[in-house]
Design a protein around this ligand. Structure first.
Ligand SMILES: *Cc1c(COP(=O)(O)O)cnc(C)c1O
Length: 381
């Protein structure tokens, strides 16, 4: 039986056209017209004024924090229920992350935890320099509530939209609500350049500054002159070419991801103890990964039992992200739970499981996963 992976890259075949062209023009070094084209096309797709292509989603978050002048000793609020890359750049700058729990409707940043974090910060006389909001697995966070709170304190938002390219909230694209939005084109993401990222904003001056910082912050002079710290973060012209081909397929990939999710839900949600990631009204998730929760008491199966049993069938399933406030790396950092004694991200962490969701997954392969899960639960019940 062939291996079914969680979310492998899915090439369209059109990548070659762009890559070939770059090679023929002998223009593979950083920058070049694929980079310009990819930036313009992402800006157009999402409806923002500017985009800077970089070599990872992590680099895009690092640049966004730098543009907001985050420095050693500053505080940055960040969703706790996410991949470590959302918060690592806070540490690169010597700043202090404060983690915010999820709420049950979207599994994303809890507005009530965010309010308590702000109230405490205000009492202590040190407001955060930025708030990093993650749209987990493609699901949009409650942006109206979060924006209202952040605007009240005049603190800018960075949306880590690495997993949510193409998702919308009240018709508006993810990544376009905050001062900055960041995307990732890592191999497992909905579109990929093998590795890459993008920083977007309506502030074109800031995007221009990001390009400057991402190319070693070289001053406009005849000789090599530098007045501030820069990074080597630009995307290569070859990889940008892959991105342009992949972006053309994004809407189709979203359609496929959403139908994969619906099929899992239709086939499995009748099982007592199995529930799927909720859908918030007025939002459309790209359903980057299909995620469900498994109640151990009701199904007789822990998530690690299930992951191991699926592995024996050559099916790759994975646990959800471990909340960052539980990571050894962030031991002792502040954390605000959804409500007193109610830790939403911790509960999802102990019961959540990500199912194979690649856009090249065939219906037959998906039924292999579905039937394996049905059999597992039956055996135990
Ligand atoms: C993938 C991912 C990133 C990092 O993107 P890279 O391109 O791998 O650096 C950041 N945040 C989240 C939530 C991600 O899933």
């Amino acid at each position: 039986m062939s291996k079914i992976y969680l979310s492998p890259p899915h090439l369209t075949g059109k990548e070659n056209t762009y890559i070939q062209e770059a090679i023929e023009k002998n223009w593979i070094a950083p920058l070049g017209h694929n980079v310009d084209g990819f930036e313009e096309e992402i800006a157009k797709y999402t409806g923002v004024s500017g985009a800077a292509a970089v070599n990872s989603g992590t680099a895009a978050i690092h640049l966004a924090l730098s543009l907001l002048n985050v420095k050693a000793g500053d505080i940055v609020f960040c969703s706790t229920f996410t991949f470590v890359a959302s918060a690592n750049p806070i540490l690169y700058l010597g700043a202090e992350p404060v983690f915010i729990d999820s709420e049950p409707d979207t599994w994303n940043m809890s507005p009530s935890a965010l309010v308590r974090a702000f109230q405490q910060a205000e009492r202590e006389g040190i407001l955060p320099k930025a708030v990093i909001v993650v749209h987990l697995y493609g699901q949009m966070a409650k942006m109206d509530e979060i924006l209202e709170i952040c605007n009240q304190y005049n603190v800018p938002i960075i949306e880590d939209a690495a997993e949510s390219l193409g998702s919308t909230y009240k018709g508006k694209q993810s990544g376009t609500f905050g001062k900055y939005g960041t995307f990732s084109f890592n191999g497992n993401k909905i579109i990929t350049t093998s590795g890459g990222g993008m920083l977007i904003s309506d502030d074109v001056t800031a995007i221009e500054k990001a390009r400057f910082l991402a190319s070693q912050a070289r001053d406009p002079a005849r000789h090599y002159q530098h007045s501030e710290v820069g990074y080597n973060y630009r995307l290569s012209n070859i990889l940008a070419g892959m991105g342009r081909a992949q972006l053309q397929e994004l809407d189709e990939k979203i359609r496929l991801k959403r139908s994969i999710f619906s099929r899992y839900k239709d086939e499995l949600s009748f099982i007592p103890g199995i529930q799927f990631m909720p859908d918030l009204e007025y939002t459309i998730s790209n359903r980057w990964l299909s995620v469900m929760t498994v109640n151990e008491k009701a199904t007789g199966l822990s998530i690690s039992d299930m992951i191991m049993a699926l592995e024996k069938e050559n099916i790759e399933a994975r646990a959800v992200w471990k909340p960052l406030h539980l990571q050894p790396l962030f031991k002792g950092k502040r954390y605000y739970s959804h409500q007193e004694e109610i830790n939403v991200s911790e509960a999802i962490f102990t019961s959540g499981i990500c199912l194979p969701s690649g856009t090249a997954l065939t219906i037959e392969e998906q039924y292999r996963v579905i039937n394996s899960i049905k059999n597992l639960v039956k055996v135990r019940v």
